[in-house]
Design a protein around this ligand. Structure first.
Ligand SMILES: Cc1cc2nc3c(=O)[nH]c(=O)nc-3n(C[C@H](O)[C@H](O)[C@H](O)COP(=O)(O)OP(=O)(O)OC[C@H]3O[C@@H](n4cnc5c(N)ncnc54)[C@H](O)[C@@H]3O)c2cc1C
Length: 220
């Protein structure tokens, strides 16, 4: 695969925007095709808050999320992307001992306490069993993150086309924008709910370009 052959990313949600930024920063041409307008709410990556945390029942996720926090903190954005608020894990669906063990192994500060102690500290809540508190948890601003990731991708040479639905995704070749303006290259399909429709759907959208800053404008 020639390194100047553009990578075509289908979908400008969190995953597509992050992939576009990572690839553009490596100096590779990138075209992002998004079927809806910038800031749309038809996928999964809209709104001001998605929960982020280190507490999982799997050590791999506890490790990955630590690296993710480092990377999120390095995304240039006028708005703060992460709000660290802390989190409590408890209840019959949570293996608190296992979660605490993974946090310990990863060196993540946390407190393990009985339900009675948690009830004393958070009297408005009802606890069952042991409770684990850790500070490395909070929310990610999904809207601001998509905007920041795309803006940085565009600043590094990526092209983002909104209202530009892809209707064919092949291993190599063309991810066709429905207005007959094909973006040739290696398509990466979206990972969100609309992703499985890529090879089937014939969208009637039109192409737009996005300058640095993330606002779209219609192509001449
Ligand atoms: C209500 C809700 C709450 C959630 N809470 C959390 C949480 O607290 N913590 C957490 O970690 N995760 C949470 N998630 C999950 C998280 O938001 C998603 O995993 C993430 O946003 C998925 O991003 P994505 O880019 O894969 O998909 P999406 O954001 O859906 O992006 C896919 C994009 O592809 C576009 N697309 C699809 N087909 C085509 C096509 N043919 N041509 C062009 N474009 C196309 C779509 O329009 C869309 O913009 C939540 C999700 C929802 C819905």
């Amino acid at each position: 695969m020639a390194s100047d052959e553009p990578v075509v990313i289908v979908g400008a949600g969190l995953m597509g925007a992050a992939a576009a930024r990572a690839i553009a920063r490596r100096g590779r041409p990138v075209v992002v095709l998004e079927q809806f307008a910038a800031g749309h709410r038809n996928g999964s990556s809209h709104g001001s808050a998605r929960i982020v945390r280190r507490a999982y029942g799997d050590a791999m996720y506890t490790s990955f999320t630590g690296r993710a926090f480092e990377l999120w903190s390095a995304v240039p954005s006028p708005d703060p992307l992460l709000r660290m608020l802390g989190a409590l894990d408890f209840g019959p669906d949570r293996d608190v001992a296992s979660i605490a063990g993974h946090l310990s192994a990863a060196g993540v500060a946390h407190e393990l306490m009985p339900a009675s102690e948690a009830a004393r500290r958070w009297p408005g809540m009802e606890f069952a069993g042991d409770v684990v508190l850790h500070a490395q948890a909070g929310t990610l601003d999904a809207d601001a993150a998509v905007t920041a990731l795309l803006a940085d991708a565009v600043a590094h040479g990526a092209e983002a086309r909104f209202e530009s639905g892809a209707r064919a995704a092949r291993r190599r070749g063309v991810a066709a924008a429905a207005d007959g303006d094909p973006a040739a290259g290696v398509p990466l399909p979206p990972s969100g709910p609309g992703g499985s429709a890529v090879a089937q759907r014939d969208s009637r959208a039109r192409s737009r370009d996005v300058p640095p800053g993330g606002r779209s404008r219609r192509r001449p």
